[in-house]
Write a protein that binds this ligand. Structure first.
Ligand code: PMP
Length: 438
């Protein structure tokens, strides 16, 4: 049986004190969340004692899985000396130096506490630097919860009055003026990009782009799309903000350098905090000077009670230092192996599944053809149901697989884990061939 009574009980309690029973809307409820009691390397153990291979890693945060020993040692030592101060510490400089040395687009950096904040400050910096209010962003891509970053994520509509494409608000009651300052684009659509950027050139501060947008389908960027974006941005004086909160994980130098994107600002988060809350906004020194330059009042004030707290700084540095070039290569080999095994299996059984991703990241789609655009990646009800049933099957088989987001590998994983994920997928394909009825 697959009964998980302790998780069910906790959900029962959670429903009293939390709207919807949970504290973040991204939690998988099917039929209740799995409450975790501990993590151990590549695995999590739920409160009912089930052990699951963790392909979520807190939404791709953890590079080394759970309980990474060097991180524990460093943070434990730090805890005795104090966890937060109003003063700066040497730890923030050490993490900043590591990031600046690895990420070509990052000449200088500021630390914050989440990816949402990092994107917010990147947008503010672009506005202050260019003196323009609007941003362009790609439909379907997730960039956190800052109003201008979330507007247009869920789509766009044609204005009856002007015939222009308008960003859809992210929530009921959002001020329409927010949407006025957001231009919605289609990922990998070169012509649309060309047209929109020239049309809105005078009001656009920046194009906000995740080089491989995960919520939009973990779509691989077309080389000509990236080239045109670089050229058009330069031509119109529009900055490029590469949101690498998730995709920095693609390599030692991050994702932009991998795909030839030339951002002016770059946001990071997740992996750079070693399992603790973090965000970072970095970029060209002249753009970053809006946050402060010698003696002058900053154009963009940026503070934050917990920004650059030493716990996140130390944990992040230890996790990133341990993530050597060779570790990135090894994870990439495992990722390539897993992606090709999964797509080969889908082909072998003529099953409506495909795989996208790169490096340690992958996403399974309940679609026959791997999507290259967001409109291809968008799930129908039938496909969403099929993905949920795959994810449920995996969970019962001891594998934690997100059903509508990027999954990822971690350094404690090995080829045996790739084998067991592949075996679970094959078992699903051979025992759940009622795809069209689900
Ligand atoms: N940008 C991207 C590309 C992300 O993937 C995320 C988080 N999934 C965010 C921003 C927001 O980061 P956070 O959840 O740390 O606020």
């Amino acid at each position: 049986g697959h009964a998980r009574p302790r998780s069910a009980d906790l959900y029962h309690r959670g429903r009293v004190v939390f709207p919807g029973g949970i504290t973040r809307s991204t939690i998988d409820i099917d039929p209740h969340p799995l409450y975790v009691s501990e993590g151990e390397g590549a695995y999590v153990i739920d409160v009912d004692g089930n052990r699951l291979l963790d392909l979520n890693n807190n939404f791709t945060t953890l590079l080394h899985g759970h309980g990474f020993a060097p991180m524990i040692d460093a943070v434990t030592d730090l805890l005795r000396r104090g966890t937060c101060f109003s003063n700066p510490t040497r730890h923030e400089i050490a993490l900043a130096e590591l990031l600046v040395s690895r990420i070509p687009a990052m000449e200088q950096v500021r630390f914050v506490n989440s990816g949402t904040e990092a994107v917010m400050f990147a947008i503010k910096a672009a506005r202050a630097y260019t003196g323009r209010p609007a941003i362009a962003r790609f439909e379907g891509a997730y960039h956190g919860a800052y109003d201008w970053a979330e507007t247009g994520q869920s789509g766009s509509f044609e204005s009856a009055k002007t015939g222009l494409r308008m960003a859809r608000s992210a929530y009921t009651g959002a001020p329409g003026t927010t949407a006025d300052a957001v231009v919605v684009l289609d990922f990998n659509d070169v012509d649309g990009l060309e047209e929109s950027l020239s049309l809105h050139a005078n009001s656009l501060a920046a194009v906000l782009i995740d080089p491989m947008p995960s919520r939009a389908g973990l779509l691989r960027p077309l080389p000509q799309f990236i080239e045109r974006l670089n050229a058009l941005a330069q031509q119109h004086g529009i900055l490029i903000i590469a949101d690498e909160v998730l995709n920095l994980r693609q390599g030692y130098n991050g994702a932009s350098s991998r795909y030839g994107l030339a951002p002016d600002l770059l946001t990071a988060g997740k992996i750079i905090g070693g399992g603790f809350p973090i965000g970072a906004v970095g970029g060209r020194s002249d753009v970053m000077s809006v946050f402060g330059s010698d003696g002058k009042a900053p154009l963009v004030p940026q503070g934050g009670t917990f920004s650059a707290n030493p716990v996140s700084m130390v944990a992040g540095r230890v996790a990133m230092e341990a993530m050597t070039f060779d570790h990135f290569s090894r994870l990439e080999r495992l990722g390539t192996m897993l992606r090709s095994r999964l797509s080969d299996l889908a082909a072998k059984y003529d099953a409506p599944f495909s795989v996208t991703g790169a490096a340690s990241l992958f996403r399974i789609h309940a679609k026959r053809v791997a999507p290259t655009t967001y409109s291809d990646a968008r799930m129908t009800m039938v496909e969403a149901t099929r993905m949920r049933s795959l994810s449920r099957f995996f969970r019962h088989g001891g594998i934690l697989l997100p059903s509508d987001a990027a999954a990822c590998l971690s350094t404690p994983m090995n080829e045996e884990d790739i084998d067991s994920v592949s075996a679970a997928f094959e078992l699903f394909l051979t025992t759940h061939d009622t795809w069209n009825e689900e």
